[in-house]
Design a protein around this ligand. Structure first.
Ligand code: KG4
Ligand code: ZN
Length: 392
């Protein structure tokens, strides 16, 4: 089955075409084409993502991104009046996008795509709507079904793409052992999710306040680093480690002994704020602070995940989401597994698939198609759609 996947939940406008086949227990995928437009430059002056700016940027970039991944040969499509009216009605809140989609569709042949999968939550609702409505309009135009996908399920399944191959084939999924435990660490979420299979999830721990990526971004702002903060902090922290210097900074390790699987990062961010407040922080001190902060984050993530592994008896640990691009955090998980859980399989996404992308949405969408069959009649954006619960 050939799938067009669309992702617009936050600040990346992404689309891809993937081939998918096989059962839920042993699916296989290959990526035919993928494109991502990052809005980082647009949001950078604000130090964070603004939902309405994100929405506008998605509407501007979605067709150019689709153009990069879809190729269609043969006679061009001509839409009926009824199809055009439906598309205009669907996109009545998205400015000129309806007209642009009609012109786009009528400028080429029907692409050889069997289904469209689109992120419908969690995320920024104004941003999600652009992807959903575009997907629905294309579904009408090309007469193919459209399926909603949970963005966090996408992050879990992003690990199914081989980290070694050039051309993005799937890993040997038959070798993945169940049950799974996923630690999802991104700009909007920090959660531990148990999984009996690839499509069966239960959230067993989450942050009570800031997400870990959000803490990286806020600490970066305190240190006057550029947005997004995660990669910047990672770089400075590594420079400090490489310098061989010792640090006396002791930030609190929030909830490390709370006895449950929840997290909290806002106190840690505040501790950094108080430490850096009212003084001139030199570049060297920034490295030291970044390192002390990253050490605490890694220690808390590892401690909670260790408790969750013991509790669930998981055979595979997945660490995914934007923060899973962090080299030091990856190393700390490798150490944990080597030292204490040698029979557990540890999976990370390829670095380019750790942050938001649409390949993971295509993969998650395929498995949901196999599981559920029919496409729903309508799709709505659900900014808080929690993994393990039904789409609202
Ligand atoms: O998964 P993602 O792309 O978007 C969301 O779904 O939120 O995650 C983005 C987050 C940002 O907070 C960013 O600072 C963080 O991931 N991030 C990193 C690194 N690369 C991205 N955090 C730490 N180290 C990194 N190398
Ligand atoms: Zn994400």
């Amino acid at each position: 089955m050939r799938i067009l996947a669309i992702e617009t939940s936050c600040d990346e406008t992404a689309a891809s075409v993937i081939d998918a086949q096989g059962s839920i227990a042993s699916p296989s995928f290959s990526v035919i084409a993928q494109a991502v437009h990052s809005q980082i430059e647009a949001h950078r002056p604000y130090g964070g993502v603004y939902p309405n700016l994100a929405k506008r940027e998605h509407a501007v970039n979605i067709i150019p991104i689709l153009n990069q991944v879809i190729s269609a040969e043969g006679s061009v499509v001509s839409l009926s009046q009824e199809q055009k009216e439906k598309i205009i009605e669907l996109l009545n809140r998205e400015g000129t996008l309806a007209q642009e989609i009609i012109v786009y569709v009528e400028s080429m042949a029907n692409p050889a795509v069997d289904a469209i999968c689109v992120t419908s939550g969690p995320g920024l609702e104004p941003a999600l709507w652009v992807g959903i409505r575009t997907a629905q309009a294309l579904g009408i135009a090309w007469n193919i079904p459209v399926y909603p996908v949970n963005h966090m399920e996408g992050h879990v399944l992003s690990v199914l793409v081989d980290t070694a191959t050039q051309n993005m084939q799937s890993i040997e999924t038959a070798t993945v052992k169940f049950p799974l435990l996923s630690l999802l660490i991104s700009g909007g979420h920090t959660e531990l999710v148990a999984g009996a299979s690839f499509v069966d999830y239960e959230k067993i721990g989450e942050t009570r306040d800031d997400a870990v990526g959000e803490a990286f971004d806020k600490v970066a702002r305190i240190l006057e680093l550029s947005y997004p903060g995660g990669p910047e902090i990672g770089k400075l922290a590594q420079q400090f480690r490489d310098s061989g210097k010792q640090s006396d900074i002791k930030f609190p390790r929030p909830m490390i002994n709370s006895g449950d699987l929840d997290f909290s990062f806002s106190g840690l961010k505040t501790a950094v704020l108080y430490y850096a407040k009212d003084r001139d922080v030199s570049d060297e001190e920034k490295q030291e602070i970044a390192c002390a902060f990253e050490n605490v984050v890694a220690e808390v993530l590892v401690a909670k995940t260790k408790a969750a592994l013991l509790k669930t008896g998981a055979q595979t640990l997945i660490v995914a989401g934007g923060v899973a691009a962090n080299t030091y955090i990856r190393q700390e998980f490798e150490k944990l597994i080597a030292a204490e859980f040698s029979s557990v399989q540890l999976l990370f996404p390829r670095k380019e698939l750790a942050t938001d992308n649409s390949v993971m949405i295509g993969i998650a969408g395929y498995l949901e198609i196999v599981k559920n069959g029919q496409a729903p009649i309508d799709i709505i954006a659900d900014g808080n759609w929690s993994l393990g619960s039904k789409n609202a």
